[in-house]
Design a protein. Structure first.
Lengths: 665, 247
């Protein structure tokens, strides 16, 4: 099947408006006869569920957590981008579009990104109307901060809890519709398959995680908003339950999976402390607004610090290497995430890592505290303020800006970051790759949509900070509700979809067989045992930098591990009860397939772009080297084993932006 | 360190539960409490036994999913944190740790340490929203100036993560801190004024219906709240309720 992105014709700035004016609509009286399933209730799924219900569709929403409010969007800290230009610093729709395409290393689809930038301003208006308490300045207007990879201040924020507040906004919109009966909410439910009838997505098979019951749910369209697959690495900043299952199941039923190798390794995470580690914790990128990143200049200082003979504060300015400021003077500490992460790895690989594992760099606020302190002394008319006073004043400002992040750091690491620099190291955070979708956000299966992080569309090979929240809400509030109507307008006479058909029966049977296999298999190793092994292969061979040999080894090792998993996995407990090990087993089984496709995709992509860095393709200065012949989206078709997956290419055309070397120097 | 754990085990919501003793060894002080629980569960799975069921997800103190009652305190001995942020450095070698689910009539146990907090969702359904449709042409966000003070205070109320520690801690199993936080967030913002009276009345009515107790101003909820939600929010909710009653 040839890939058709269905991007409308016409000048980029008019595409979306013209398109919306021409697509088919569903009459309000007909919408109440149409059902839509939404899987996942994060920013994308939650906002889509609420908006579709407002429009009049009957929505069935599914979350594996005990409430839609707990989806992992809640953990996003820093902010959400919007081209409001409230700061008057030259921002515009075009500039947000440009920054996002460039930030994505020219590997995203122009028309989608432009539309994202276009609706970004609506998101802020909508969220304020919902009562989202964004930060404000003393005049009562909205405040902004800056994020990596851009030269303007366009990020709106709610303390360090922006994702939480935006999700609670979407959750409140959902609650209003749940109260009206327009959304039927299925908490503690996990989608285990999609049901295709006559070539169209017509329902799902879900497991009630409390009772273990397998349920059939039908609808006229199915929307997947189940997030990213960062947990394929076992250790990531994702929630423990975050998984690829919904996305992978639809892939196995015909939805192409795009660019699985594009993973974002976030530069500012708390370094790991031991083998028992269950997850990694991210510190918001907003910290790079004020924090300066450095390692010691001399290896003997590194040694002294590791042995506890020296403290970082003992080192004078001359003995510190602010390597981002040194290598990238224009963007300094605010280079994009992929660049910042690789630079940290480069220093640590060279032996300059500052903790016992050798995998940590400093993030230092001393300069910011001093700068803010002096500013406050001036504002408060304190003449000749002492150093201690300046420090005290400055600390208050830093606390107001980042207090919750500092507290979080202190609770985990047991060190006071106001007194000593934080230690940070990159960690897997976000996956740009995902289910391939067209301009309508429809997958290659009719009636099956994919939104938010679960799809591949907007971030190319690297996502800029504060853009995930923007994309999730854009897809759910402002894009999907329009585009899905065009499809559903053909369904006004279809009537309710029966679940009493052979398609539902077959899907249910196959789900039950897998579950029965798990609970009856007399294996010797736990699910986590396999997950951790997979994670290690992924991190070592498909991590921040990749090479041909490593990727080939990874493919073989993952394939072997998968075979062992299906022989040796042990799942205690039964199938018709609350059984977290059973739920985990299903998720890890899918990760074991995705992981291999991931490595295969990375092997095929013989270039470096964004988060995908191939050691064979770098400039003499060690920067990523993009290749013109790889200016396409890799969309993989499922054919059984991951090794048999077939590659389809969507060529990327840039008509409104000049493809240049991506430089932040 | 080596520890003895006394953990509430309950097969399902109908079963009678009991405390069961377990031993864990070689626990590092840098581990989080839930990582210690992972170690225990890995041991149990290795022996073919059923692991202890507990709710958890983000493991960074924001999703509100984790919910243990540790040594008689919701989220354990530390302050300003959820269970997932509790670290083993708060305990000593040889300690016996008692781990129970959040207990309240409105939070029935599902299994072991997992409870059903659906009542919280239902209170939000009753009025925890502003009735505005998604349209793409609401007024410009800066058309409604909001004083920094009010915005900050609304934000402080809005940080509630809905974990239920307030209810578990309260001797009356009152949910007033939770409800007060949501009522306050909207009461402090101009957008929330239109529906203020209906909102507080409906949310409080649902709260009562769910079987949560009343507030007797003990203040334990504020102490145990991982997000430091202030008792002021309960006072504000009561004021809003009075205002609504005389309207």
């Amino acid at each position: 099947m040839a890939l058709d992105s269905k991007v409308p014709k016409g000048p980029i700035k008019d595409k979306w408006t013209d398109y919306k004016n021409k697509i088919n609509l569903v009459n309000p009286a007909n919408k109440r006869h149409i059902d839509v399933i939404v899987v996942g209730t994060g920013l994308a799924g939650g906002s889509a569920a609420a908006t579709l219900a407002e429009l009049g569709y009957n929505v069935k929403a599914f979350a594996y957590q005990d409430s839609p409010r707990r989806a992992h969007s809640i953990a996003a800290q820093g902010g959400i981008n919007a081209a409001k230009n409230y700061q008057g610093d030259g921002d515009s729709t075009y500039r947000l579009f440009y920054d996002t395409v460039k930030g994505g290393d020219y590997r995203s689809r122009e028309a989608n990104v432009y539309r994202l930038a276009e609706v970004s301003t609506n998101i802020i208006d909508q969220c304020v109307a919902q009562g989202v308490p964004f930060a404000r300045d003393y005049g009562g207007l909205l405040d902004n901060r800056s994020f990596g990879g851009v030269l303007v201040s366009r990020t709106f924020y709610a303390k360090g809890q922006t994702g939480q507040q935006l999700l609670l906004g979407a959750y409140s919109a959902m609650n209003r519709q749940i109260a009206r009966g327009k959304i039927e909410m299925f908490n503690r439910h996990e989608m285990l398959d999609v049901v295709i009838v006559d070539g169209k997505a017509r329902g799902i098979i879900a497991r009630n995680l409390v009772t273990g019951e397998i349920e059939r749910h039908s609808a006229h369209a199915v929307v997947i908003g189940s997030g990213g697959y960062g947990n394929v690495y076992f250790l990531s900043t994702n929630a423990m339950g975050s998984n690829v299952t919904a996305a992978w199941k639809i892939h196995k039923k015909g939805a192409y999976f795009a660019n699985p190798c594009y993973t974002q390794i976030h530069p500012t995470c708390i370094p790991r402390s031991g083998d028992y580690q269950s997850k990694l914790t991210l510190m918001s990128e907003s910290l790079r607004n004020d924090g300066r990143i450095w390692v010691p200049k001399h290896l003997d200082d590194v040694k002294a610090i590791r042995e506890g003979q020296k403290k970082p504060t003992d080192l004078s300015e001359e003995d510190r290497d602010y390597y981002l400021e040194r290598r990238y003077p224009a963007f300094g500490n605010l280079v994009p995430r992929d660049v910042a992460s690789r630079a940290a790895k480069e220093r640590c690989d060279a032996g300059y890592g500052v903790n016992a594992t050798g995998e940590a760099v400093y993030l230092d606020f001393a300069a910011a505290i001093e700068r803010y302190g002096k500013e406050q002394a001036k504002i408060n008319n304190i003449e000749n303020a002492s150093e201690a006073k300046i420090y005290e004043l400055g600390q208050k400002i830093v606390e107001a800006k980042y207090g919750n992040l500092f507290q979080m750091y202190e609770k985990i690491v047991d060190e006071n970051p106001y007194e000593t620099p934080m230690m940070i190291y990159p960690a897997v955070h976000y996956t740009m790759g995902g289910v391939w979708v067209d301009y309508n956000l429809m997958t290659t299966v009719p009636g099956l949509y994919c939104i938010g992080e679960a799809n591949f569309s907007d971030h190319g090979a690297n996502r800029l900070g504060a853009s995930a929240l923007m994309q999730g809400l854009a897809d759910g509030y402002f894009v999907l509700p329009y585009t899905i109507g065009d499809y559903l307008s053909d369904d006004i006479r279809t009537g309710e979809i029966s679940t009493d058909t052979k398609e539902f029966e077959e899907a249910e049977k196959s789900v039950k067989e897998t579950i029965n296999f798990f609970v009856n298999n007399k294996g010797s190793k736990s699910v986590d045992h396999f997950h951790k092994k997979l994670g290690k292969i992924m991190w070592d061979k498909c991590g921040m930098s990749r090479n041909e040999q490593g990727l080939k080894e990874a493919i073989q090792e993952i394939s072997d591990l998968r075979k062992e998993f299906w022989k040796e996995v042990s799942v205690p407990g039964g199938s018709e009860e609350y059984n977290e090990e059973l739920a985990k087993a299903g998720r890890v089984a899918d990760f074991l397939e995705l992981g291999e496709l991931f490595a295969k995709d990375a092997l095929v992509r013989e270039e470096s772009a964004g988060g995908h860095f191939r050691e064979e393709h770098q400039t003499p200065e060690g920067e990523a080297k993009r290749m013109k012949e790889f200016q396409f989206v890799s969309a993989w078709e499922y054919k059984g084993e991951p090794k048999d997956a077939v590659l389809h290419k969507e060529e990327l055309v840039y008509e409104n932006i000049e493809v240049k070397e991506r430089s932040y120097k | 360190m080596n520890l003895t754990l006394k953990i509430w085990r309950q097969k399902d919501s109908n079963a009678k539960g009991q405390m069961v003793d377990y031993k864990v060894t070689e626990i590092s002080e840098h581990m989080s409490f839930l990582e210690m629980m992972d170690v225990l569960n890995e041991q149990l799975v290795g022996k073919g036994e059923e692991p202890v069921a507990f709710d958890h997800d983000c493991r960074e103190g924001i999703c509100g999913m984790c919910s243990m009652y540790i040594n008689g305190e919701a989220h354990g001995p530390d302050r300003g944190i959820t269970t997932c942020q509790l670290h083993m450095r708060m305990f000593k070698d040889g300690d016996t740790i008692t781990i129970e689910p959040f207990r309240a009539a409105a939070f029935p146990v599902i299994k072991d340490l997992v409870v059903d907090r659906g009542a919280f969702d239902r209170i939000q359904h009753a009025g925890g929203y502003i009735s505005v449709n998604t349209s793409g042409n609401t007024q410009d966000a800066n058309a409604i100036p909001i004083s920094k003070h009010a915005a900050d205070e609304a934000m402080d109320a809005a940080t509630c993560i809905g974990c239920g520690a307030c209810v578990a801690t309260c001797k009356n199993s009152s949910a007033m801190l939770f409800v007060g936080a949501k009522v306050s967030q909207y009461a402090l913002l101009p957008q929330g004024q239109v529906e203020a009276a209906d909102r507080v009345q409906n949310m409080v009515a649902q709260m009562d219906l769910e079987g949560f107790g009343n507030c007797t101003n003990t203040g334990a909820c504020e102490v145990e709240c991982p997000k430091g939600i202030s008792l002021d929010n309960i006072a504000r909710m009561n004021r809003e309720l009075m205002k609504a009653a005389v309207k």
